[in-house]
Design a protein around this ligand. Structure first.
Ligand code: ZN
Length: 235
């Protein structure tokens, strides 16, 4: 506290006239008003779960005066700690705090979900997909990108001779979750399949022309198991 008087003096000497002081005061008032408006906009129903930062086991997340410790937490001498790696969740109505654990499979992903992902590799019998989003739910729902696979038998309603005619690395695909344990996806359905593909030669985005994909740059054509929504962004 000893330094504060000296600090005040420095501030005072920096301000040269009363006009300066007035304009500074106005600025401060305006900033306060803006903050108030932002806070009002951010207000949510009191019983809604707030999803917070990711924490590690042993991280201090609150005190027992503030919150009732729930799932994924432990209390020690009035302090509440995370017992798992995950997201802090605060229920304002119950004044409770919990940690929703992060697991290897995205917890919200369910069989039948439609996902969007990118092809990372095409092997003889499977195409590997990195899942980037789930239809109908925000991208933030996905805790960590999980590798999934489309088996050659789940590509389309017809015999697949060579998987490299159906998918290529970097393709964006829309697929349905078949099995969570092995993270198997299917593209058997006209809405499912490749949504966006890049020319294997020049990396330009391929355009759909009739049933083929054509590179507008080098005029090559390529084949894919395309979705009817190819190029539309409709998920
Ligand atoms: Zn090209």
């Amino acid at each position: 506290m000893e330094g504060s008087e000296a600090d005040m003096e420095t501030i005072e000497t920096d301000i040269e006239s009363e006009e300066d002081i007035e304009s500074i005061e106005e600025d401060v008032m305006e900033t306060e008003k803006e903050t108030e408006q932002e806070e009002q906009q951010a207000e949510k129903p009191p019983d809604e779960l707030e999803r917070g930062n990711i924490v590690l086991p042993g991280d201090l997340i609150g005190t027992s005066e503030e919150f009732v410790p729930k799932k994924g937490t432990f209390e020690q001498k009035g302090s509440i700690f995370a017992a798992a790696t995950g997201y802090v969740k605060i229920n304002a109505k119950e004044r409770s705090i919990s940690v929703e654990p992060v697991t290897n499979t995205p917890p919200q992903l369910a069989v039948g979900d439609i996902v969007i992902g990118q092809v990372t590799d095409v092997k003889e019998s499977v195409a590997l997909i990195e899942i980037a989003g789930i239809k109908g739910r925000g991208e933030r729902e996905i805790v960590n990108a999980e590798d999934a696979a489309i088996h050659v038998s789940n590509v389309k309603d017809a015999y697949v001779k060579d998987l490299s005619y159906e998918f290529a690395p970097f393709d964006i695909v829309k697929a349905k979750v078949l099995d969570l344990r092995n993270m198997r996806l299917t593209t058997v359905n006209k809405e499912l399949g490749v949504m966006k593909a890049y020319c294997g030669n020049c990396r330009t985005v391929l355009k759909k022309e009739n049933d083929k994909l054509k590179c507008p740059n080098c005029k090559r054509t390529e084949t894919r198991k395309v979705s009817v929504n190819y190029g539309t962004g409709i998920i």
